[in-house]
Ligand binder design. Structure first.
Ligand SMILES: [Zn+2]
Ligand SMILES: [Zn+2]
Length: 285
């Protein structure tokens, strides 16, 4: 499968000449499995993904997994081109609330006066499924064959969050997408550690530097590269990507910080491949 990052920024888009190298769009990642594209989060980056899908000759089956419905993870949803077109089938998964299903929450985002087109006017065939931690969802090819599965677990974030693992059953490869999750003070988050066991890649929320976290951001629902590095070691993944960059961290800062983090990781665990996520970065698994 081929992964591509379409948005790597946390909280709010950051368009600026100071953020062009890492990118300013908010969270969106795609996994291309041929006739299927599995999408993780619908931040502003999903607009460019949608345009790329519309350029394809085929109409891939689309499965969209939302970590949660904080704005930076759904803000691009109303601008996802295939959603407006007949012939696309889009199954959306995530977590609703006690009194609102996921479908109702997404419809609410597009209600007037906030947006001029309502969800039920979209042309694609949508389904919405509320899922719970521990659930596994089969990804079926257009021919009906189960080619992958997505398993979810609970992260730690205000209003709740799901972290996801995608297993490509044909290739035997897997990755974990764990964004908007805060580590615990005295123990490793084994919900994520165990989900990532044996995976090839861990993508993890490293929004804050350890110093920023300790002095300013405890309880805000985000983590640091160090905690993701510990999880990567526990799970035995080959590659670790730091994701959901702070909107106040510009390119110059992130490049220097990434070099420093890579140095530290190389000393501690030379076999682990470490990188910071960048918009349009591609990874073949
Ligand atoms: Zn976020
Ligand atoms: Zn969030």
């Amino acid at each position: 499968m081929k992964l591509r990052f379409w948005g790597v920024r946390g909280s709010i888009p950051t368009p600026s000449e100071e953020t062009v190298r890492f990118g300013g769009n908010t969270s969106c990642l795609s996994a291309d499995l041929g006739g299927n594209i599995v999408i993780f989060d619908a931040g502003t980056g999903i607009r460019n993904l949608g345009n790329t899908i519309l350029e394809r000759k085929d109409k891939p089956k689309l499965d969209m997994f939302l970590s949660h419905v904080h704005w930076d993870h759904i803000q691009g949803f109303p601008f996802f081109g295939p959603g407006y077109r007949d012939g696309y089938s889009i199954d959306v998964y995530g977590r609703g609330k006690a009194d609102n299903t996921l479908g109702e929450i997404l419809a609410g985002q597009m209600e007037g006066p906030n947006f001029p087109v309502s969800l039920h006017q979209l042309g694609a065939k949508f389904t919405y499924s509320d899922i719970t931690p521990g659930q596994s969802i089969p990804i079926k090819s257009p021919a009906g064959e189960t080619i992958a599965k997505v398993t979810c677990a609970q992260g730690c974030h205000p209003n709740g969050v799901l972290v996801y693992r995608l297993d490509d059953l044909r290739k035997g490869t897997a990755f974990v997408y764990a964004t908007d999750t805060e580590h615990y003070a005295n123990r490793m988050d084994l919900n994520i550690g165990d989900l990532a066991k044996g995976a090839d890649l861990l993508i993890y929320d490293g929004m804050y530097t350890p110093e920023e976290y300790e002095t300013k951001y405890k309880g805000w629902g985000h983590s640091t590269w160090e905690k993701g590095f510990e999880l990567a070691g526990y799970a035995g993944v080959k590659k670790y990507i730091v994701f959901h960059h702070d909107p106040n961290h510009n390119d110059d800062f992130l490049e220097g910080y990434e070099a420093e983090v890579k140095d530290k990781c190389r000393t501690l665990n030379p076999k682990l491949d470490v990188a910071f996520a960048r918009e349009k970065m591609e990874i073949a698994l």
